[in-house]
Design a protein around this ligand. Structure first.
Ligand code: ADP
Ligand code: MG
Length: 258
């Protein structure tokens, strides 16, 4: 295998089903590491499933996901996942530092406490995301943009270099959106890899280099302008998600901003 292949995240023929629902069907796509990739597609297209399957959370009915020779489920320390906002309990009583420290837990044995190197990593992550001052605040006291940065700091503290972000821009105001875009650009400049589900196509175009356009099957992928052509977008969004085995999902996707 040539060296470059070690730096490519490859989905080969990936199929994931939840009972009768097919979330991903024979998806084959290569995503270069070290850049920002937007995952785009209508509701129910399998975008979240695509991210979580990289973590090995869903059994693959067919196919495999690798970086170089290695199945991604064996690369968990390199992979950080930020779930969709509504799946996080923002009222949970925990401080900013407490959340960021969670990033170190996978690296610790059950009998170990956080050591000074762990504490250093936590402090560096807080500083990089400019939230050191907020370390002792409860997360429920923060703005949406600040909460987002807390979870990005947790991912950094983990020592990950591949970041899987599920709708990170959802619910952010303009200022927080700009801040997040700025952080992601800085990460890209450092050679980090970001795969982010992005709903707003204008945002995707403005900030991402690559795109994967999905509607259960792969519709298009590659440099963002080449992937998100009007014809490709139409193919992905036409009729919403057309799923014959799930009649409740035959409703058209509402107006798409394009
Ligand atoms: P997206 O993130 O693009 O909206 P998802 O990956 O969340 O899509 O879901 C793809 C399809 O799989 C949808 O039809 C969804 O209802 C279904 N699905 C997702 N997660 C589950 C689950 N845990 N159990 C059953 N069906 C699921
Ligand atoms: Mg989703």
């Amino acid at each position: 295998m040539d060296h470059a292949a070690h730096n490519i995240l490859r989905f080969r023929d990936v199929t994931v089903r939840y009972g009768a629902t097919t979330a991903l069907e024979h998806v084959t796509v290569s995503i270069p590491c070290g850049s920002l990739t937007a995952i785009v597609g209508p509701n129910g297209a399998g975008k979240s499933t695509l991210l979580r399957s990289i973590l090995g959370w869903h059994p693959l009915e067919t196919g495999e996901i690798r970086i170089g020779d290695t199945h991604t489920e064996h690369l968990l320390p390199r992979l950080a996942y930020l779930p969709q906002r509504q799946t996080i309990d923002w009222d949970f009583p925990i401080t900013v530092r407490g959340v960021v420290e969670q990033g170190r837990y996978p690296a610790l044995r059950w009998y170990q406490r956080m050591g000074s190197e762990d504490q250093n990593r936590v402090s560096r992550a807080l500083a990089e995301l400019d939230i050191s001052e907020l370390a002792d605040r409860q997360i429920r006291m923060l703005s949406g943009g600040q909460q987002q940065r807390v979870f990005l700091a947790r991912a950094l503290a983990q020592g990950a270099d591949i970041f899987l972000l599920d709708e990170p821009f959802a619910g952010l105001d303009l200022h927080a959106t700009d801040e997040l875009a700025h952080i992601l650009h800085a990460w890209e400049a450092q050679g980090r890899t970001v795969l982010a589900v992005v709903h707003d196509l204008a945002l995707a175009r403005a900030h991402f280099r690559q795109a994967v356009l999905l509607n259960r099957q792969l519709i298009a992928s590659g440099p963002i302008e080449a992937a998100l052509t009007p014809a490709n977008i139409d193919a992905a969004y036409r009729g919403g998600r057309c799923v014959h085995d799930d009649p409740l999902r035959l409703t058209r996707t509402a107006h798409f901003p394009e």
